[in-house]
Design a protein around this ligand. Structure first.
Ligand SMILES: *[C@@H]1O[C@H](CO)[C@@H](O)[C@H](O)[C@H]1NC(C)=O
Ligand SMILES: *[C@@H]1O[C@H](CO)[C@@H](O)[C@H](O)[C@H]1NC(C)=O
Ligand SMILES: *[C@@H]1O[C@H](CO)[C@@H](O)[C@H](O)[C@H]1NC(C)=O
Length: 464
C-alpha cells in the first residue's frame, strides 16, 4: 500500500512537471503513448479518441455546450442509450490474433527493435475464455461517464432522484452490458457514498438486442453472406492487397503469407493493446496512417451493410427501441404539462454498437449522398459515416427534454456528449428544436415503423 502511495505521489508530481513542459503541445497526436493510427479503430476505438480533452481530465464537463435557447429552460427528462465499455476480443478474433502472432514469431525476420520486441518479449496473453468480457478499463468507462453525466445534468442525475427511484436502468443480457450497467451505477453510488441501498436494473433483450429477434433481418442480412458482398470485394480488392503487402514487407515474409484476415488480426492486436492497456504496442508498427484508413473503411463498410444504410431492414429492426424512446419522452412531456412530477427523470439503457447504429440510422444521422461500396474508397474519404467517430466503446446517444416555460418543450440530442442536430431539422433555435417539431419530423415513423410488421419475412402486399 505504502509503495503505491509513494508511486502515486511521484506520478502526480511527474505529470505536473510534464504538464507544464508540454502545455504547448497537448495534441494527442504528439503523445508517444498514443498510436498515430488510434483514431481509425472503428468500433474497437477508445472513447477518449472522440473526446480528447478526457485524456487530461476524465471527469471534465463543460456545461456551456448545452446552450438552451432561453435562460429559463430546465431539463425534465434524459434518455441515455449507451454502448458497453471496453472489452476483450471475442473468441473468434482471439483465434485470428493467435494465428497471426504464431506466424510473426516463427517466420518474420528483421532487426527492427519493435519486431524483436514482439518476438522475444511480447506474449500472447489473450485466452479464448475472455470472450468479449468487460475489462477494467470498461468498468472505468462507465463509472466516469456516470459521473460526467451527473455533472452535465445535475438536476436529473442526482442523489435525490436516484434514491427516489426516478432513474431507471435497462440492459442487454450480455455479461459485458450487465457489468457496464453495474459500473455505471457504482459510479453514482461511489460519488454520493451511498452504502445503504441498492438499485435495480431490468434486463430487456427485446429492446436492447432487437436485432436477435427480427426474423427478416436475421434471414436477409445477418445470416446471409451475399448481403455483405461489397465487404468481401473490398477485402479482396487493390487497397487491401496493398496493406497486406506492406505488412509482409515489414515482416520480410512472402506476400501470399498475409491474408486479409491476418491484416485485420494485426490491426486488432494494436487496437486491443491500446484500448485495454493504454499501450502503444509494437504491433502498431505494422501500419502507417494510410493502411489504417483502409482498414477503417473495411470496418465501416461492414457496419454500413450489416447495421446501417445498406438495407432498410437494418434500421427498421430498431423500431421497437425507437417507439420506446418516444413513449418515454411523451410520458415525461405529458406529466410535466399536466402538472405532475416526471416519474422517469432518467432512463439509462445499455446495449451494443449493434443497438445504437440501427437507431442512429433510423433517425437519419451520418447519411452520405452515396452508399459505401467496394469501389468508392477514394471518393468516400470525407464521408460522415465513420464508426471510429460514432461508435467507440461507451458510445452514447443522449436525448434531453427541456421545459422552457409556457408549454415550450424542446429536445436536444447529443452523441458522445456533444450536441448534434437531427438531420433535416436544422432550421431551429441552436441545436434545440421544439419537441413537437421533432415528433412531426419523425411523424411517419411514429405512425408506422412497426417491429412485428417490419420483421416478418413476408410483408402484406399493401404494406410494401
Ligand atoms: C465550453 O464550451 C463553450 C461553448 O462551446 C466554449 O466556448 C468554451 O471555450 C468551453 N470551455 C472550456 C473550458 O472548454
Ligand atoms: C462482471 O460480472 C461478473 C458477474 O457478476 C463478475 O464475476 C465479473 O468479475 C465482472 N467483471 C468485471 C470486469 O467487473
Ligand atoms: C415542468 O418542468 C419545469 C422545469 O423543471 C418545472 O419548473 C415545472 O414545475 C414542471 N411542471 C410541473 C407541473 O412539474
Amino acid at each position: 500500500m505504502m509503495q503505491i502511495n509513494i508511486w502515486k505521489i511521484l506520478v502526480v508530481h511527474l505529470s505536473i512537471i510534464i504538464g507544464f513542459s508540454c502545455s504547448l503541445q497537448r495534441n494527442p497526436e504528439d503523445n508517444p503513448d498514443i498510436p498515430a493510427i488510434a483514431k481509425y479503430f472503428s468500433t474497437k476505438g477508445r472513447y477518449e479518441e472522440v473526446n480528447p480533452h478526457l485524456i487530461e481530465d476524465v471527469l471534465a464537463v463543460n456545461r456551456s455546450i448545452l446552450q438552451p435557447p432561453y435562460a429559463q429552460c430546465r431539463e425534465i427528462h434524459l434518455t441515455a442509450i449507451i454502448r458497453h465499455g471496453t472489452r476483450y476480443p471475442t473468441t473468434k478474433n482471439i483465434k485470428k490474433m493467435q494465428k497471426f502472432y504464431d506466424l510473426v514469431k516463427s517466420r518474420a525476420s528483421g532487426k527492427e527493435s519493435w519486431l524483436r520486441e514482439i518476438q522475444t518479449q511480447w506474449t500472447m496473453w489473450y485466452t479464448e475464455d475472455m470472450d468479449g468480457r468487460l475489462v477494467q478499463k470498461g468498468v472505468n468507462d462507465h463509472k466516469h461517464l456516470a459521473v460526467r453525466l451527473s455533472k452535465l445534468f445535475p438536476s436529473l442525475i442526482s442523489e435525490e432522484k436516484l434514491r427516489g427511484g426516478f432513474i431507471k436502468f435497462i440492459t442487454s443480457s450480455k455479461h459485458r452490458c450487465v457489468n457496464s450497467t453495474l459500473s455505471f451505477k457504482a459510479g453514482l453510488t461511489e460519488l454520493w457514498d451511498i452504502k445503504d441501498k441498492e438499485f435495480d436494473h431490468a434486463v430487456n433483450d427485446a429492446l436492447m438486442r432487437f436485432f436477435d429477434q427480427c426474423t427478416r433481418f436475421l434471414q436477409e442480412v445477418d445470416n446471409n453472406p451475399s448481403a455483405v458482398t461489397e465487404v468481401d470485394k473490398f477485402r479482396q480488392g487493390p487497397e487491401m492487397r496493398r496493406v497486406q503487402e506492406k505488412i509482409a514487407d515489414r515482416l520480410s515474409i512472402p506476400y501470399n503469407a498475409i491474408t486479409d484476415d491476418m491484416a485485420e488480426a494485426a490491426f486488432y492486436l494494436c487496437a486491443y493493446e491500446f484500448a485495454i492497456k493504454t499501450v502503444n504496442s509494437p504491433w502498431c508498427r505494422l501500419f502507417d496512417e494510410v493502411d489504417a484508413q483502409v482498414l477503417e473503411y473495411a470496418n465501416d463498410l461492414k457496419q454500413f451493410w450489416k447495421r446501417g444504410y445498406g438495407y432498410d431492414i437494418n434500421s427498421k429492426s430498431s423500431c421497437i427501441l425507437f417507439h420506446d424512446v418516444f413513449s418515454r419522452l411523451d410520458q415525461a412531456a405529458n406529466e410535466n404539462k399536466s402538472g405532475q412530477q416526471v416519474t422517469e427523470a432518467v432512463t439509462v439503457q445499455i446495449g451494443h454498437a449493434e443497438t445504437l447504429l440501427p437507431l442512429l440510422t433510423l433517425l437519419g444521422f451520418f447519411k452520405d449522398s452515396e452508399a459505401l461500396t467496394s469501389t468508392n474508397y477514394a471518393t468516400q474519404t470525407h464521408r460522415s459515416f465513420r464508426t471510429s467517430h460514432m461508435l467507440p466503446y461507451a458510445a452514447n446517444l443522449l436525448l434531453v427534454l427541456y421545459d422552457c416555460g409556457g408549454g415550450d418543450l424542446r429536445l436536444q440530442p447529443l452523441l458522445n456528449e456533444k450536441p448534434v442536430t437531427f438531420p433535416g431539422l436544422t432550421d431551429q433555435k441552436a441545436s434545440m428544436p421544439l419537441y413537437q417539431d421533432v415528433r412531426e419530423h419523425y411523424g411517419e415513423l411514429l405512425r408506422g415503423c412497426d417491429f412485428e410488421n417490419e420483421c416478418q419475412l413476408f410483408k402484406h402486399p399493401s404494406e410494401m
